[in-house]
Design a protein around this ligand. Structure first.
Ligand code: GLN
Length: 309
């Protein structure tokens, strides 16, 4: 097929300008004390298309805490190790509730609804600990290869800050342990979970890291098969249905792409076979998703008239 080459740079500049006036909407996450220290008015956008052309505006080269966006990467690594048997431990249904909610776990006997709510990501961390002798370095190795940046790392200040205040995640882990869905020591599991969430990236690195989901599971930097095209399809599908917690419907409705948010204010969105786009703006709406980030992505798919629908 002949894909018309779109100059996304003009679109990104237009979208960036459209966001003036929204600076006061939303609130920076403060429940992880270290995250409250961020400059709330940052805005960066970076898009990479299927020809590996890069388009960028604003603070796209500044590092931020990717938080729950990392759950897509831990899921990918766990899937590589476990394959389909992973789904015995965690489901693929949208939760319709908050990212840190406890209620469904009790009804569903400790099997989280999906790998992107906290409970599901904690189970995935438990699996990584069972599979790898050094899960933290395994994760970093994996993510560095995708990003093309061999220095990418955790922010220990953010990880330790979250560990000290992780009462809810502790509750989730204990409940699941009681149901027999956590194999390893709870402290070890939550340590990995908090380090996973503390990974730092720029928008540029994030867009690059997730290109495998726009490219049928292949890392376009190396040509390496990260996951099969079936698994890439499935990961995109879970992002579409579960990437924004109880706002997944709204994101699908307004943006029309699979995506994943984090409480650091980042969002990654994928247009399979077309592009990957990362946006960062730290102020969150009431559902814990970047207020301006959602608006940016809505404007990009609207102006470029391209979404998966
Ligand atoms: N580390 C955060 C937490 O567990 C991740 C939440 C998020 O980004 N939505 O609360």
């Amino acid at each position: 097929t002949n894909k018309a080459h779109i100059n996304y740079q003009l679109i990104l500049e237009q979208v960036f300008d459209k966001m003036t006036g929204l600076e006061n909407s939303g609130q920076v996450a403060t429940y992880i004390p270290q995250l409250a220290k961020v400059d709330a008015n940052k805005l960066g956008i970076h898009l990479i298309d299927s020809e590996q052309s890069h388009y960028s505006v604003g603070d796209a080269c500044e590092k931020f805490s990717i938080q729950s966006i990392a759950k897509v990467l831990s899921l990918t690594l766990a899937l590589k190790a476990r394959g389909d048997s992973l789904w015995q431990r965690v489901g693929v249904e949208p939760s319709g509730s908050a990212f840190n909610s406890l209620v469904q776990l009790e009804y569903e006997k400790g099997r989280p609804r999906n790998p992107f709510i906290n409970a599901g990501a904690i189970v995935v961390c438990d699996v990584l600990i069972s599979e790898y002798r050094q899960p933290k370095s395994e994760l970093l190795k994996f993510i560095r290869a995708l990003s093309g940046n061999a220095k990418l790392s955790f922010d220990p200040a953010v990880a330790e800050s979250e560990k000290r205040t992780s009462y809810r995640n502790n509750a989730l882990a204990h409940l699941m342990k009681d149901f027999g869905n956590i194999d390893n020591d709870i402290e070890t599991v939550l340590d990995l979970y908090c380090y996973l969430c503390s990974i730092e990236m720029t928008c540029q690195e994030m867009a690059q890291t997730f290109m495998y989901l726009a490219d049928n599971g292949v890392n376009p930097l190396t040509g390496e098969v990260v996951v099969s095209s079936i698994e890439a399809k499935r990961i995109n599908a879970i992002m579409q249905l579960c990437g924004f917690y109880d706002e997944a419907g709204e994101f699908s409705f307004t943006v029309g792409l699979p995506g994943k948010s984090g409480v650091g204010g980042g969002i990654i969105a994928i247009h399979p076979k077309h592009y990957s786009v990362a946006v960062w703006s730290p102020k969150l709406n009431s559902k814990g998703n970047s207020f301006i980030g959602m608006k940016v992505l809505e404007a990009i798919t609207t102006i470029s008239q391209s979404s998966i629908f």
